[in-house]
Design a protein around this ligand. Structure first.
Ligand code: GLP
Length: 247
């Protein structure tokens, strides 16, 4: 695992967007296999999304031959709910780029058959030949996607109950009312993430410094699922100076 320490979130956004753009450009649109990109929600990747939108608008990159898989979705929120990850992705990214609708994959938090939904998500990833690059953020407790502390490091896509800490942290999007935050989510597993050819995880601000410390200097363990990156041959943690303050 590499660690890249940049000045601030602005630099993180630029560096990451150019990295993703470079990878997409390597894949000519005439090639049969699309570029498969894993994507997160959260405040951290917003600057990356903005830069990617700009690069798309300037026609420097195109998403015509890109297939995306999102990391997770809340259980019980429909795609039009303003706090669903479907809505977030559309409002902050997809509606501004030239991606084909049928190439966007996000878990259905309203599904009546959770097992089938999760199984089919994994199958879809396999069918397109696996994920080329997974971009992610990290929770204050070190979770990646919604792989809460205690998640198996070989876990696959499944339903996960959210911890008190995550519900508290995410209540900022639900009028600071913890009761409004869903208590469970569908999420890719740590194993799903680490099967990707390349992983980029972003973290900024002091709030993430403890997770960053455990991810880099702690042992690999299921209580800090970010630590699984240490075993990946092509992963990079891109952080700012504040997030790096405990290492
Ligand atoms: C949620 C998401 C994670 C994300 C985390 C941090 O829990 N499931 O994928 O990394 O929030 O979000 P933020 O970037 O807003 O700090």
């Amino acid at each position: 695992m590499k660690v890249m320490i940049l000045k601030n979130s602005e630099e993180i956004g630029n560096w990451t967007a150019y990295k993703i753009a470079k990878r997409i450009l390597k894949f000519s649109p005439t090639k049969e296999k699309p570029f498969v990109l894993g994507l997160p929600t959260g405040a951290t990747p917003l600057k990356t999304y903005r830069k990617l939108i700009e690069l798309n608008e300037k026609k420097i990159i195109s998403f015509q031959n890109v297939v995306t898989f999102n990391m997770d979705e809340y259980v019980g929120l429909n795609a039009n709910h303003k706090n669903s990850y479907h809505y977030f992705m559309n409002e902050n990214f997809f509606k501004y780029i030239d991606i084909k609708k049928e190439n966007i994959n996000i878990l259905d938090g309203m599904t009546q058959d959770v097992e089938k939904e999760c199984y089919e998500y994994e199958e879809k990833i396999k069918k397109v030949g696996g994920i080329n690059l997974f971009l992610g953020g990290v929770g204050e407790d070190g979770h990646i996607a919604f792989n809460e502390p205690g998640s198996s490091l070989s876990s696959r896509t499944r339903k996960k109950d959210l911890t008190y800490d995550t519900i508290l942290a995410n209540s900022r999007f639900f009028e600071n009312d913890m009761k409004k935050v869903p208590t469970a989510a569908l999420t890719i597993g740590v194993g799903t993430l680490t099967d990707s050819d390349e992983i980029i995880i972003l973290a900024d601000g002091y709030k993430k410094s403890r997770a960053v410390y455990h991810g880099i200097e702690g042992g690999v363990n299921h209580l800090w699922t970010i630590s699984a990156l240490q075993l990946h041959k092509n992963s990079v943690l891109v952080i700012d100076e504040e997030a790096a303050s405990d290492i």
